[in-house]
Design a protein around this ligand. Structure first.
Ligand SMILES: C[S@@+](CC[C@H](N)C(=O)[O-])C[C@H]1O[C@@H](n2cnc3c(N)ncnc32)[C@H](O)[C@@H]1O
Length: 319
């Protein structure tokens, strides 16, 4: 791989570009820059003078993508930090109002294959799982510090893991003799803690839910998403669009509910005789059902299998 290159293949690329109605001179925010696949397409479609602000918590991803997309010059602006800081990032480049915001949640294939991060259960490596390695606690830190109840809550709430308690107990027992610091150690421990499975082996690794849960906890992914979506709604210009690609039901539920609340506007109790809050709808849904990948895309890029794309458009404030 040459420097700045990416192995990540952007998901639902054509659909996302269409959804955002990308045009020349537009201003866009990519809240999950990653390998820059979506950003590159937006920069190309908004030629010659569209600008993209790319945000990523992963400094390595920003550096590599800046290098890869250097030909776009000042049309690509970047911000290193959580998407929860979207307002601050937009202020830093004087983006008062933007024409579109894209979220492509979770992790990239570049992170998955990096053995220093521990994201890939099969790739193995140091059990870090932070997007931003310059701050916060790693997954190994959480496994060393939290008690059974706290670990179980993470596995249940963020991984929907049915054997959360068993796994939490196994971790606390194992760490009494050896600290759990690698992906290999954790996945072996989870496998051993689970009840024996009968039937054909699954394509999904048995530790997948536990890894997902730890990653979400370490990066406060759901908290960041809620804040970033709220910030997006206040930055979108009238007619501007937000497109969100999610990969599991916890993320998708947050997006669906945030969009639904903005579409409804009014927050008065359903049985109130008249609206007293005065809040108006701020969004309209562009697609009622989420867009999903075609069988061809799934065959070519298995990561797209679980993707859901939701799109909404900013409405004018009522007079
Ligand atoms: C699926 S990848 C994006 C891939 C990108 N669309 C592409 O085509 O190459 C998700 C990226 O978002 C970043 N990320 C995840 N959660 C984040 C958050 N809360 N704040 C900032 N960046 C985040 C990850 O570091 C990763 O690089």
């Amino acid at each position: 791989m040459t420097t700045g290159a990416t192995v990540h293949r952007p998901v639902l690329l054509k659909e996302t570009l269409e959804a955002l109605m990308v045009h020349r001179s537009g201003r866009y925010i990519d809240a999950n820059l990653g390998g820059g696949g979506h950003t590159e397409a937006i920069l190309t479609a908004s030629s010659p003078d569209g600008v993209v602000l790319g945000i990523d918590a992963d400094a390595q991803a920003i550096a590599a993508t800046r290098e890869r997309l250097a030909a776009f010059g000042e049309r690509l602006r970047t911000f290193h930090g959580s998407s929860a800081r979207l307002s601050e990032a937009a202020d830093a480049v004087d983006f008062d109002a933007v024409d579109g915001v894209i979220f492509d949640l979770g992790l990239s294939s570049d992170q998955l294959v990096d053995q220093t991060r521990g994201f890939g259960i099969r790739a193995g490596g140091t059990l870090d799982l932070r997007f931003d390695v310059s701050r916060g606690e790693s997954a190994a830190d959480l496994l060393a510090l939290l008690d059974v109840r706290e670990l179980q809550a993470i596995f249940r709430n963020y991984g929907e893991e049915p054997h959360a308690t068993r796994i939490a107990r196994a971790i606390v027992a194992a760490r009494a003799t050896t600290p759990i610091t690698t992906s290999e150690q954790l996945s072996a421990l989870v496998e051993a803690a689970l009840p024996k499975r009968y039937g054909p082996p699954s394509r999904i690794h048995p530790a997948t839910r536990v890894f997902q849960a730890l990653r979400i906890a370490v990066n406060d992914e759901l908290g960041a998403l809620r804040i970033a979506l709220a910030a997006t709604l206040s930055r979108l210009s009238v007619g501007g669009r937000v497109a969100v690609l999610t990969y599991h039901s916890l993320e998708d539920r947050i997006v669906k509910q945030a969009f639904a609340a903005a579409v409804r506007g009014c927050i008065c109790p359903p049985r109130a005789p008249a609206c007293a809050c005065g809040l108006q709808p701020t969004l309209r849904l562009v697609n009622k059902k989420p867009i999903t990948a075609s069988p061809e895309e799934i065959a070519e890029n298995p990561r797209s299998r679980s993707a859901k794309l939701r799109v909404a458009e900013r409405l004018a404030a009522a007079a």
